[in-house]
Write a protein that binds this ligand. Structure first.
Ligand SMILES: Cc1ncc(COP(=O)(O)O)c(C=O)c1O
Length: 489
């Protein structure tokens, strides 16, 4: 079936007022929406480049770029001499349902298994699909090394002096400039630099909780956060979380009305492991709910810059009028995890965080902070991000498609719109810990679902890292798919 007219809603629709998007991204987003809404079905021909050029009053190259982006995303295919056609959906597999943890505070006892998972995932002899590390080939390491050399050469004292909280001023200036895109107006004195996002989150928990207190979190949740909760003697209250929309605000509202909760911790954009992204409306409601209840919100936005769409999603902090939100992030996923540079905008907890940072380890190393500051200032960070976003998006699509090909039909997989991890629900009864052991023998690491909760849950789930893609990874997924079939009860 072919259809190549431009529907009226495509002609009329404009980007929201005040929203700055690339024109080709806007055209791609509008066409994709029409496909999602069923105006164009699998196999339909899309309007020609000339037709769109005339109807939308955009240049031929803009339309071609929009079609190229859609092709990269696996939405359409080009048929030579014929035109652009809608491809079948990337996966026949459905999405996992909203999670259903027991909504009660529980102590966390992180398994001994975690250190094994970490050690195996960093073993260069194994194929790492387990840890959520970025692909080193997609990090600007050469440029950064040159910048590091240049900053220490030009100022010897960087190696002889201590920094002190709130941390390196030029870096804090760059951070606040970047956060404007996330809807946040901060000043450099509202930032404290930290050794990665992990330290930022731990300091926040220490600032707002006392041992024995309860922290409301998404479920499943990044195991590093569970470790931080455990090390501080806190309890985790896991809240149902949707694989696309994030934490359920309704469930959280109920949980905080029935339990004494000292903090709520969320990964607002492209969470680990679900890849969920909380809508602006829900971010606003979340901030308002916690503000009303005087419960501090710790927001981890470490994947926020890795969006696949046309706009950087806002942070919940952008809705914060009272300083109740403590926003944490780092450059580990986009620039260099080994530099250990992160930060927190602690709102009204600024003084406590500065004091705790000093008590913890005085300050972050100055040379790495300066090198990152220099890279942000004139290393082409935006260009770098545009490139890696596109690659990660393609790889996430390629991995989903490979799971679709190789895994049993009952498998469910998330559809993240940013970041680079996939959460996979294997057929009921599949034991991901057993899969882990079998996969290791084949030289592959995965992250079993059990490490993403304090409860006896997610045993039939795994998280995979899509930061790496090659024929070898495709083959590894084929091997994993066969293992899953053989483990299936
Ligand atoms: C959600 C989340 N928060 C924090 C961290 C830790 O970040 P960093 O390496 O900057 O300490 C990670 C690392 O994987 C993460 O996925």
């Amino acid at each position: 079936m072919t259809r190549a007219v431009v529907p009226p809603d495509l002609k009329g629709e404009k980007p929201a007022a005040g929203v700055k998007v690339n024109l080709y991204e806007d055209v791609a987003a509008r066409l994709s929406r029409l496909i999602d809404q069923g105006a164009y079905k699998t196999g339909d021909r899309l309007p020609s480049v000339r037709a769109l050029n005339k109807q939308l009053k955009v240049s031929v190259s803009t339309v071609m770029e929009a079609y190229r982006v859609m092709e990269d995303r696996g939405r359409i295919e080009v048929r030579p001499q014929s035109g652009y056609y809608v491809k079948p959906p990337l996966t026949r597999l459905s999405e996992p349902n909203i999670s259903a943890p027991v909504c009660e505070p529980m102590p966390v006892s992180s398994e001994f298994f975690l250190s094994r998972l970490w050690r195996d995932s960093l073993n260069p002899k194994l194929l790492n699909l387990g840890a959520a590390t970025p692909n080193p080939e997609l990090l600007p390491l050469d440029k950064l090394s040159r910048m590091l050399a240049s900053v220490v050469r030009s100022d010897n004292s960087l190696g002889s002096t201590y920094d002190q909280p709130p941390g390196c001023a030029p870096l804090r200036v760059q951070i606040v400039r970047r956060m404007i895109q996330a809807g946040c107006t901060l000043t450099p004195d509202q930032i404290v630099t930290t050794s990665g996002c992990q330290e930022a989150v731990s300091l926040c928990l220490r600032a707002v909780c006392r041992p024995g207190d309860t922290v409301a979190v998404e479920s499943p949740i990044f195991y590093g956060i569970l470790q931080a909760i455990e090390s501080l003697g806190l309890q985790a209250l896991e809240i149902p979380t949707h694989p696309r929309d994030g934490i359920s605000i309704e469930a959280l509202k109920n949980a905080v009305s029935q339990n004494r909760v000292s903090a709520c911790l969320v990964m607002s954009n492209f969470s680990n492991p679900l890849g969920s992204c909380i809508s602006d409306a829900n971010k606003k409601s979340l901030v308002a709910l916690l503000e009303r209840r005087q419960i501090p919100l710790i927001e981890d936005d470490i994947y926020g810059e890795l969006y696949f769409g046309s706009e950087r999603p806002r942070v919940a902090k952008s809705f914060d009028k009272t300083g109740n939100v403590l926003l944490c992030s780092s450059f580990s996923k986009t620039i260099a995890p080994g530099y250990r540079v992160g930060w927190v905008a602690p709102g009204k907890y600024q003084a406590q965080i500065e004091r705790l940072k000093m008590a913890n380890n005085l300050a972050v190393a100055l040379p790495t902070q300066m090198a990152i500051a220099k890279f942000l200032e004139n290393g082409g960070y935006d260009h770098h991000l545009r490139r890696i976003r596109r690659i990660y998006e393609r790889q996430v699509a390629a991995m989903s498609e490979a799971i679709n090909r190789h895994f049993p039909q009952e498998t469910k997989v998330t559809r993240p719109t940013g970041g680079y991890v996939l959460w996979i629900e294997l057929p009921a009864g599949t034991d991901s810990l057993q899969l882990y052991q079998t996969a290791i023998k084949a030289g592959i690491t995965i992250a079993p679902g059990t490490v993403f909760t304090a409860q006896p849950k997610y045993r039939n789930c795994i998280r995979l890292n899509a930061a790496f893609w090659s024929e070898k990874v495709d083959h590894a997924l084929e091997v994993l798919g066969k293992m899953v079939l053989s483990l299936k009860k």
